[in-house]
Design a protein around this ligand. Structure first.
Ligand code: ZN
Length: 82
């Protein structure tokens, strides 16, 4: 996902501003970049009590779509207000 939103791997301004000014945003974007979040797309990768990984189509959002980073940040009707 990160390759599609930043194909040239440029450094975003959020990482060059003074620490403390946008700390919450910086931490949130970093978690999204390194898959350090609890979205269904990531949670479904891990072994679920011996049942293995979930197929991608079963990693659903409460709106009915597959819950990927792109879905949540750009398309989900439940997070558009954020
Ligand atoms: Zn959704």
């Amino acid at each position: 996902m990160y390759n599609t939103i930043n194909p040239h791997y440029s450094v975003h301004d959020i990482y060059t501003t003074k620490i403390g000014e946008n700390e919450f945003d910086r931490v949130s974007w970093t978690r999204l970049r390194i898959n350090g979040h609890s979205l269904a797309v990531e949670e479904g990768r891990w072994n679920r009590r011996g049942r293995g990984r979930l197929p991608m189509e079963e990693r659903g959002c409460s709106c009915g779509q597959v819950q990927t980073q792109r879905h949540v940040t750009e398309h989900c009707p439940r997070t558009t207000a954020l």
